[in-house]
Structure formats: C-alpha cells, structure tokens
Design a protein around this ligand. Structure first.
Ligand SMILES: Nc1ncnc2c1ncn2[C@@H]1O[C@H](COP(=O)(O)OP(=O)(O)OP(=O)(O)O)[C@@H](O)[C@H]1O
Length: 469
C-alpha cells in the first residue's frame, strides 16, 4: 500500500502535539474499507493484510509523521484546560484528487501523553457507529469527517459493560483543528503560538481571510450552516463541546449522536446529557456559544483589544439571524418552497408543532409530503388537513416542488435501532447488517430498502446512546 503523505503540521508551534507511533495490536483484521475514499486520497491499495496492519496501527507507513494533538475544551460548559488526542494518532496528511488537504487519523490506537486516565482504545460498537453515521452524513451532503477503515484488534478492552472487542477507526478530516486547539494556547497566554495557529488555520481552511477577524466570520458562517443542515435531517450531535467543534465546519465526533425518529424539539439521546444542554432545538444556541468561546480565544492576537472585542461581538450577535435564515431556507425546501419569505416561518412551525404533538416520524413525514400519504403519519388527521390546506394555498403541487422535496428529504437515515442491531451482529461476527446499512445509506434520497426506512417498533426503540467509548 502507498499513501502519498504531504505533511504540514510540523510548521506548527512547539508543544502543539506530541510525536509518537500507534501502539501495536494483537491481531488486526480489516472489517471495513472505504475504497472510494481511498481513491480520492490517492492511496494505492495492494494487499489487504497490509491495509489491516497500517490501519490497525501495527505498521507505520513510509513518510508518515505520527502525532497526537493537544487541545483544551469546554465540556458541557466547564472548561478543561487540557484534553488532547487521548486515543487518537494522526498518521499524516494527503492531498486528494480534488486538490484538498486532509488528515488521516487512527482513533483507538493506544495511549498518548494526553490519555489522562483512559486506555487509549475504542471498542467495536462506537467505531462502527462512527463509520456508518459519518459516511451517511457525507451521502446526505453534510460536511463531515469521513471513515476510511475499521479494523478489529483481536484484543479485549474493559468498559462499564464488561469485556468488549477492541477496534480502530481510520478517520479522515479536512483538519483536526478545533475551537479547543485555540483555547489551549489562549488559556496559557501563549500569544505567538496562537498567532501561528491562526495563520495556519487561515491558510489551510479560509485562504481568502485577511486576519483573525475574517477567520472568526468564516468559522461562524460554517458552523451556522452546519447546524441548520443537521437540523434539516433531524440530527442531534449530542456532545457539542468546544473540543468537538471543528474550525473546518465539518461534523466531528460521533460519540452519542443520533437521528431522531419521533419529532420533538427537546429530544436528547446522549445518556450523559442530563440537563438537555445539547437537545435538538438547543443546537443553534450552542453553536453561538461555541463561537463566542472561539472569539474569546482569538482576542489575544489583536493589538487593540477593545476595538477587537467590539467587532467580534458584532459578528457573534449576527449569528442568530444567520441561523434563522439558514433554518428557514432548509425547512422551507423540505415543504417544497424554494424561495421562502419570513412569512413562511409560521407554516413550517405549525407543521413541526403538529408533528411534535403526534410524535410523528421526522424523516418519514417530510418524505411523505412529496407523495400522497403524509396524512397517515398523523393521529390528528383533521389538524393535518387544515395545515395542508394552508400549504396548498402557499405552494401548489408541481414537478419542480416534488423534485425539490425529494432532493432534500431523505428516504433513509441511520436509525438508532438499526445501528444498535448492526453493532450487536458485528460483535457476534456478522457484518451483513453493516453492509446492508452502508449500501442503503449511500443513496439516501432513493427508496432502496423499505425496511430500513421503517421507524422502530415499541420494542426496537433505543431511548439513549451511550458515549460508551
Ligand atoms: N479510552 C480513552 N483513552 C484515552 N483518552 C480518551 C479515551 N476516550 C476519550 N478520551 C479522551 O477524552 C476526551 C473527550 O473524549 P471524546 O469522547 O469527546 O473524544 P473522542 O471521541 O475520543 O475523540 P474525537 O473528539 O477526536 O472524536 C478526548 O480528549 C479524548 O481523546
């Protein structure tokens, strides 16, 4: 196998990362490999045993520059001055056939100087969850880190549930720079390092930005766009800490995430989110909060702090409107309105209100609006009829409307109960449910597998996702 590494992190400040190799595992076995992504990254694949050795962490490929990155972060609102890759090692960077630079990182590849109390490992469940959900997000057209490989280690690891099979995920990202990467240097008052990092982030992600203020503006826009896209497919990230907020605007960290079945604004999946901080409807507010933390970190790079604070405040204060506009654009498209006006907001909110009262399935209700059976999604059908009459007044049914709706309302999403069933099967050595999910989720806007589009039955419902790392 040949990976055409082109590494750039070495230009970053001293102390930005620790160089170390992944820790070898007992018996690496390739469970999944993303050939399309490998081609995009110009990776030449030969023998699959070699692929398992590299992505299991046993064989460090030529020209790799393995390292663990340092970062800090606000976790559920409390600042942790030092986190860092406690179980991830970045092998290096490549420039794809699309000209874009990306990191290749192993997650679950052994302890690092940032592991704190952790074992540096991941178990098979979260590895396959991240593989499936991140690739599903990509197919939905939502910016995300991607999955290149999943390797089982042949080792057992210990978690609350007992002994579990270990695995390593190979993750690909436009970069692993997070808000927390800036926070660590800001917290330490290392202004020169902060400036170098800022310049690096600008060059890598937003080369048109003229300085830190433009960077802030660009990241705010990217995060606002990302969150409205998540919401438009009923996605709950679950752990929007500042260390899980990527500067690139990609979705990162699929720990306790989930797609909603029955719609509710306050829906929470993460078992550790007791207060509902990261509930579905809170995500826009949290994105603003995270950007305020990013802005705070950047302030030390300015000579005239007072003027900078004033300008940054304006940028942050403009974000709620950006989120509202993005939300309106995406949800209007879901009901077939290509060019919405502010006056369309109540129409959308009324539908969501009816869905919430009836516990209607988020994905299937919107998908059915493009067909004849949306009414069947509701128990209070009269209320739906009254809404539909207003909807028909606003936008009449025609091919353009149907085409728009079918292009933004997926037929299939990675439902939580399917993920859980897939993990259970994989633990027992059966990868067929994984393959089936991957096949259907590649084309989420076409009805290829009706059974995967079905919401969970009462007994299938999975009420919470556990970080269960
Ligand atoms: N088993 C583990 N061993 C060592 N460190 C860990 C382990 N699990 C999590 N961590 C560390 O705890 C912090 C928070 O964990 P979190 O679950 O948000 O991240 P993650 O899923 O490991 O990584 P990422 O954010 O890169 O997807 C991170 O610094 C992470 O590296």
């Amino acid at each position: 196998m040949h990976i055409p590494f082109d590494n750039s992190y070495a230009t970053l400040p001293d102390g930005f990362y620790s160089r170390l190799d992944p820790t070898s595992v007992a018996a690496p076995k390739l469970l999944a490999f993303n050939k399309d992504l490998a081609s995009l990254l110009r990776i030449e694949v030969g023998d699959l045993t070699e692929v398992a050795d590299v992505f299991g962490g046993n064989d460090v490929p030529q020209n790799a520059a393995p390292l663990a990155q340092l970062y800090a972060g606000h976790q559920f609102g409390s600042f942790n001055p030092q986190l860092g890759d406690g179980r991830a090692i970045l092998l290096g960077e490549v420039i794809g056939t699309d000209g874009l630079r990306r990191d290749i990182q192993l997650k679950g590849s052994g302890p690092t100087p940032y592991s704190r109390m952790g074992d540096g490992r991941a178990w098979l469940g979260p590895v396959l969850r991240e593989y499936v959900v991140s690739e599903a997000m990509h197919a939905l057209g939502i910016p995300t880190t991607r999955a290149l490989a999943a390797v089982s280690t042949g080792e057992q690891i210990w978690r609350e549930q007992g002994a579990l099979p270990g695995a390593v995920l190979t993750r690909v990202a436009r970069s692993h720079l997070r808000v927390g990467t800036f926070q660590v240097f800001a917290h330490r008052g290392e202004v020169e390092n902060l400036k170098t990092l800022t310049n690096y982030a600008i060059q890598r992600h937003y080369p048109e930005a003229k300085g830190p203020m433009d960077l802030l503006r660009a990241v705010c826009a990217a995060q606002a766009d990302l969150v409205t896209r998540w919401m438009s497919v009923g996605f709950i990230h679950g752990v929007m800490n500042t260390d899980n907020c990527a500067i690139s605007g990609e979705t990162i960290d699929y720990g306790p995430c989930a797609f909603m079945d029955a719609f509710h604004q306050n829906r929470v999946f993460s078992s550790i989110d007791q207060q509902g901080r990261y509930a579905f409807g809170n995500q826009p507010g949290i994105a603003v909060w995270n950007m305020a933390q990013f802005a705070t970190s950047l302030m030390q790079t300015f000579e005239d702090r007072n003027a900078a604070v004033e300008e940054a405040t304006e940028i942050i204060h403009a974000m709620p409107q950006m989120l509202e506009d993005g939300w309106l654009k995406r949800f209007a498209a879901k009901i077939g309105i290509a060019e919405p006006a502010k006056a369309d907001t109540p129409l959308i909110e009324e539908l969501l209100g009816l869905m919430q009262t009836d516990g209607a399935d988020f994905t299937n209700t919107f998908r059915a609006l493009g067909g004849a059976n949306a009414r069947d999604q509701f128990t209070n059908r009269e209320a739906f009829d009254a809404w539909a009459a207003k909807w028909q007044q606003r936008t009449s049914s025609d091919t353009a409307r149907e085409t728009l709706m079918r292009s933004v309302n997926p037929a299939v999403i990675p439902r939580n109960h399917r993920i859980e069933q897939m993990i259970e099967a994989a633990v027992a050595g059966d990868m067929a449910p994984f393959e089936r999910l991957m096949t259907a989720l590649k084309t989420p806007f076409s009805e290829t597998d009706a059974d995967l589009a079905r919401p969970p039955t009462e007994t299938e419902i999975v009420p919470a996702t556990f970080c269960g790392t």
